[in-house]
Design a protein around this ligand. Structure first.
Ligand SMILES: *Cc1c(COP(=O)(O)O)cnc(C)c1O
Length: 225
C-alpha cells in the first residue's frame, strides 16, 4: 500500500517546483485530506460547492481551496467567502455572479477562463471567439472584484497521447493570444491549468503551470454504483 504522503513525494519528484500541484480531493473523506495536509499539501481542488463548503468548515484554515468543476450561478455565494481560485469560468453570466458575491464579501476572487479543447461534446468551456468577445465587452470591464489569472482546459478522455498533446498545445496557444491581446501588461495573468493524473507529464511539457491531480495522490476513486 502506497500512502498519500508517499504519492505526494513521488509527484513532487516528477513535477518541476514551479508547477503547482492541486490535490483533487473530490469524494475523498476529510481524513484523507488531513493525511495530505500533514505531508505538507496546502492546495486542494473540489468540484461540488456543497461538498467543498462542508470540508472547508472542518479543515485547517490555511488550506487554499480551488473550485475545478462546473459552477452554477446559484452556488457561487456558498464558496465566495473563502475560495482561492475558480478554474472553471465558462460564461460572462457566471463571472458577473462571482463579481457580485466577491463584492459582498469585500474581496477580489481569482478566476481562470475554461476553454473547450476536448473532442467530447460534454465538456464546458469558451471558444477563443467567445472569450475574446467577453474580454472586449463593456460588461466585463465593469467587473472590479474578479481577477482573471489564466486559462484552464480538460483534454479528451483517451489513450491517444498525440491527441492529448495537440489539445494542450491548443490551450497554450489560446493563453498566448489572450495574453498578448488583453493582458500583456498584467503579470497576474500567467496560469495554465492543464494536466490530470494520466496526462500531467504531457501537460507540463506543453507549458502547464498548474496540474490537477486526484487519483495519483489519493488512489483510485471507488466506482460509481
Ligand atoms: C477529477 C478531476 C481531476 C483529477 O482527475 P484524476 O484523474 O483523478 O487526477 C482534474 N480536473 C478536474 C476538472 C476533475 O474533475
Amino acid at each position: 500500500m502506497v500512502t498519500i504522503a508517499e504519492s505526494l513525494e513521488r509527484l513532487h519528484r516528477s513535477i518541476p517546483g514551479e508547477v503547482k500541484i492541486v490535490a483533487v480531493s473530490k469524494t475523498r473523506p476529510v481524513g484523507a485530506i488531513m493525511e495530505a495536509y500533514a505531508a505538507g499539501q496546502r492546495l486542494f481542488g473540489e468540484n461540488k460547492a456543497q461538498e467543498l463548503v462542508q470540508k472547508q468548515s472542518q479543515l485547517p484554515k490555511d488550506i487554499q481551496w480551488h473550485f475545478i468543476g462546473h459552477l452554477q450561478t446559484n452556488k457561487v455565494r456558498y464558496i465566495a467567502p473563502f475560495i482561492g481560485l475558480i478554474h472553471s469560468i465558462d460564461s460572462l453570466n457566471l463571472l458577473v455572479e462571482v463579481n457580485r458575491e466577491a463584492l459582498k464579501n469585500r474581496r477580489a476572487i481569482d478566476c481562470l477562463l475554461q476553454f473547450h479543447i476536448a473532442s467530447e461534446q460534454t465538456k464546458f468551456g469558451f471558444s477563443p471567439g467567445e472569450a475574446g468577445m467577453m474580454l472586449d465587452s463593456e460588461n466585463f470591464r465593469q467587473l472590479e472584484n474578479v481577477r482573471i489569472t489564466g486559462v484552464m482546459g480538460m483534454g479528451t478522455f483517451t489513450d491517444d497521447t498525440a491527441l492529448t498533446r495537440k489539445e494542450f498545445r491548443t490551450l497554450y496557444g489560446y493563453f498566448q493570444s489572450i495574453k498578448s491581446r488583453f493582458f500583456y501588461r498584467d503579470d497576474a495573468f500567467r496560469e495554465i491549468s492543464m494536466g490530470m493524473s494520466d496526462d500531467y507529464a504531457i501537460a507540463i511539457e506543453e507549458g502547464s503551470t498548474m496540474v490537477r491531480i486526484g487519483t495519483s495522490v489519493f488512489g483510485s476513486r471507488s466506482p460509481v454504483r
